[in-house]
Unconditional design. Sequence first.
Lengths: 308, 232, 311
Amino acid sequence: MEFGPHLLLATLEGAVGAAVLALTALGLSLVFGVMRVVNVAHGEFYMLGAVLAWVVATAVGGHPALGFVAALLIAPVVAAIIAAIADLTVLKRVDYDPEATIVATIGLLYIMQQAALMWYGPEARAVEPPFNHRLAIPWFEWGENGFEMYYPWGLSTTSYKLFVIAAALLILAGFLALMTKTKIGLVMRATQLDRDTATTFGIPVERVYALVFGLGAGLAALAAVLIVPITQAHYLMGHDPLLLSFIVVIISGLGSVRGTLVAALLIGMSDGIISVFFSPTLAKILATLLVALVLVFRPQGLYGKKPA
Amino acid sequence: MSVLQTKGLTKRYAGLTAVDGVDLTVETGEIHALIGPNGAGKSTLVGMVAGRTEPTSGEVWFKGENVTRLPAHARIRRGMAYTFQITSIYNQLSLLGNLELALRDSDPAKARAALDRVGLADRAEQLAGDLAYGHQRLLEIAMGVAQDPTLLILDEPTQGLAESEIAEFNALIASLAGDTTILLIEHNMNVVMELAHRITVLETGAVLASGAPAEIKANPEVQEAYLGHADA
Amino acid sequence: MTRSIALHLGLIAALVAAGLMLPAYHQGNLARILVLATYAMGYNVLFGYTGLLSLGHAMFFGAGMYGLGLAMQHGGVPALPAFGIGLAAAAALSAIVAMLALRTIGVAFMIVTLMFAQSAYLTVLYFGEWTRGDEGFVLQQATRQIAGLDLTNPLIRYYAALTVFTAALVITARMMQVRFGHTLIAIRENEERTRMLGYNTQAHKFAALVISGTLAGAAGASYALLFGYVGATFTSVQYSIFPLLWVLLGGAGTTIGPFIGTLFMFYLIDTTSGFTNAYLMIVGLVLVLLTLFARAGIMGEVRKRFAPWLP
């Protein structure tokens, strides 16, 4: 393939990755923004979403679309409930102390990951996509015979990948509407601004925290249900999304929604594009180092304003 | 000779000027009180003097040396001591442990002597976190006094103290007068009038007036801006 | 002070005796535990005494391990100087990390150390030609000796591990008796207060991180030398979590806590892995239970309840 079509293909792959990453990172960012804690087990809720998607889809059977829709409805809710329980039984009891929360969520990470290994097993399993048409993509070029259109070999995507991008955008729009237009969104934002004041105004902060923690986990699980027909469900799959979400949240400045989306697009796209052209390991080394340095020298993120 | 001099000391936060070109001179051996309404920039000013806050512009001179670029710990080593507005002690350590750290010397006899000075010697082995609030405040002050500093900076030392404890505090500070120069931020006007040799009044980050207590009391601008207010 | 010396001497005497009395299997285990406990003691200097929670100590362990391993494997360097190279590598890496990471505090410090360690792990994978990546490489038996002592001999290996452990224990115990150690505790308890009492807290934190990282590197180099294997797993996130777990379990900020925690955890995992492949579940459960019910860890609780003098 020539460079141009190759780049377009990489961009499309990157966009799918970016869409899923945006949802996952938004979950992590929401939890950090409102509760001021880092959920190290975030990637495991993603894994949980994928594994549950397989379990639900297998149980439902019939047309793949039935199982997929069922998974889309059930998996995020189950993940959210598990997260809310974890919040109430563990995080609440350590009083959301930042360091204790990190240690406790590392513990949760192992518990969930190993529980998946025990009950789901070490295999990687695929979930069938609800629909999956191969779409060849035309390429335009100014050649000897003037303007030409042709279909380069290998330049294609699938209808399902386009669906993932569209679905992610829809969910993001829904999330933004939830945060800005509804009462519960207002309550979450008020809690984010000032926990003590929120308490004085009669906001049940503890229940808001459980809700936020559940919502964050639910977003990660939802992202995983979307991606699992393209990748596969595996008990160790939580690692990369966690790291990438960390990167996004750090780059964007902790806790800002708009920054998170921009950074997810940037990281997701560049991750896709870079790994098509370069050694993925080298790209990851450089990206990780770069993010560490951002946190060292610009802790407010690349988009955030310096706090006074 | 002046122990401390600030020249045009200024601190700006995003759009807000907390301290605006302050020239402050503290003479050797005096008790110099810094007063002013809440948000006048008193704590920011002494924060810049002690090196906790980096100034936007201006200079800090201590014992004839420009210390503006020195980190906080180096200023302390040159003879400043700083006590916090919000009590800041080692809760998990004994009173002796607290004093040994303050003295930068692990001789328990010296630490005990310093505790004795504030009447806490009989509690030397207790954990500082277990003390009553007033005693924690005294420990905080003791940690400053124990360093035998050239300049002792006290940020609202009597906040939350009972009347009897305030009297003890006044006696302690009066006993230091002459040897130790003291820069005192204080809201309690009785304490200020009893202790201070000189008073500087800050308002919205700038010096409104500076002089002997009687002059300050008589200054109509100060009365207008501050003394007449309820929180005086 | 004498009780504390008696405690440490007693522990070392018991370990000397254990080397002769234990059956081969447990002797081998204990040798491993002693090396890993050295790693935990290094971690404890930073986490337990200075109050800085690193999530990236595997990079220092790995620096020691690969410093020694690569020097022996590809440079033909004899064991003892290779050990020195391992130490130097760990010291240099911790100095660089300290310079950057100590500009941050709290949660940001944890994430920055995690990110640096992740880069180090990926770097090991990237240079797979030399490091052989996840698969790792085995150090030749014939090269694993110092001053004519064959470190592959189980008994010699045990006492070599005990020597490293003792050195680390003496260093940390002594450190906590002098002003330097007291200042680290002061920083842990209240950094701003400590700074405003005239201590250069940044320099102390730097020193603590370098000492901590170098001890971790000594453990990594010892592990490679004594057990003859060098692999990328030892630089993975998991090996950054382990010392945190051991120290939390044994008691952060106690001299012998790291050893107690490593000992318990080693046998807990050893037993569990006998009947399930999901034995890391134990790691998760212990971490959660510790944060919920026993933040001070085993020796920390002992100190609180029975022996306030415990160093």
